[in-house]
Ligand binder design. Structure first.
Ligand code: 2NE
Length: 280
């Protein structure tokens, strides 16, 4: 994985009030298939982008024009998940090689991360790579992009966000078609079924993606944060509600009413909330 911030990106149009963190899956020789280490690195890069208060939008992509990501690297697929060290499949946690789905944690991290994540897709977004783009908030596709799931062809499936988010986007019949038949879909077909936000010529992909990011960066970051949490609140159940509720608490902490409670505790006195309105 490689990552960088705004200045190294191709400039889009207009001023922006923040930076774009660009995270690139950098294994073009295998169409950017991910190993556990790849996902650990993406996760670290996402965490850095989250913590960096200058970053307003995160862009996830794959190296080269041939693929966004082709999913789990089948060369390191073990009998109970993907292996960090396929030569030592029985090695235990410290240097772990017990099979696992690191992608589960990454998908949840992407859903909960309080900044918009944009997938910039050139070439294949296939299998687990397709699910990664589903977990992004927006997808900008190049005209050479191809989308699809392969699970049932290779003895796998993602019945989590890979099924639920897909079904929300394209409807249950189409989602089942995508999973049951394992066809590939062109960028235009993906646009027609609501899988992506726009399609642009390959040589304009980054500039157009940056333009979309800059439009978001010009807007209120906290409003974007609350919107992302709101969109996911119902779909993600209690975890989604928790995110939205805690975001509300962030705002509440800024109020005199909440501060009275904190200050009274620190000053070892009873809080006096009498001056605060019982709002209609
Ligand atoms: C992506 C696709 C359609 C590209 O086709 P093409 O013709 O452009 O390239 P080619 O020749 O197939 O691939 C180039 C090299 O990349 C490797 C290939 O084996 C090939 O290697 P060499 O022959 O040059 O040595 N490669 C590509 N994808 C790979 C992968 N995922 N793992 C390991 N090596 C890979 C075509 O390559 C394709 O269909 N790839 C497989 C897509 C796939 O089935 N992915 C796994 C789905 S399961 C999953 O991702 C998953 C899950 O279901 C649940 C949890 C976690 C993960």
């Amino acid at each position: 994985v490689s990552s960088n911030h705004g200045p190294e990106l191709e400039p889009g149009a207009g001023p922006s009030a923040g930076s774009i963190a660009k995270i690139t899956i950098d294994r073009p020789e295998v169409r950017n298939a991910f190993r556990p280490q790849t996902l650990i690195e993406v996760s670290h890069a996402l965490e850095r982008a989250r913590e960096d208060t200058a970053v307003g939008v995160i862009l996830l992509t794959g190296e080269g024009p041939l693929a966004f990501c082709s999913g789990g690297d089948q060369q390191v697929r073990g009998d109970s998940g993907y292996l960090t060290d396929p030569d030592n499949p029985d090695r235990q946690p410290s240097g772990a090689s017990v099979g696992r789905f690191h992608v589960t944690d990454l998908q949840i991290q992407m859903r909960r991360l309080p900044k918009p994540i944009v997938a910039m897709v050139a070439g294949y977004a296939i299998g687990g790579g397709h699910v990664l783009h589903l977990c992004c908030d927006l997808t900008i596709a190049a005209d050479n992009a191809r989308f699809g799931q392969t699970g049932p062809k290779v003895g796998s499936f993602d019945g989590g966000f890979g099924a639920s988010v897909l079904s929300d986007l394209v409807g249950p019949k189409k989602a089942k078609e995508i999973w049951f038949l394992c066809r590939q879909y062109s960028a235009q077909e993906a646009l027609a079924m609501g899988l992506v936000n726009t399609v642009v010529p390959l040589d304009e992909l980054e500039a157009e993606t940056v333009r979309w990011c800059e439009e978001m960066l010009a807007n209120s970051p906290f409003a974007l944060r609350l919107l992302k949490a709101s969109f996911h609140a119902a779909e993600d159940g209690y975890a989604g509600l928790q995110q939205l509720a805690h975001d509300t608490n962030l705002l509440f902490y800024g109020s005199e009413e909440a501060q009275e409670g904190r200050d009274a505790y620190k000053q070892k006195r009873h809080p006096d909330f009498s001056r605060f309105p019982k709002r209609a």
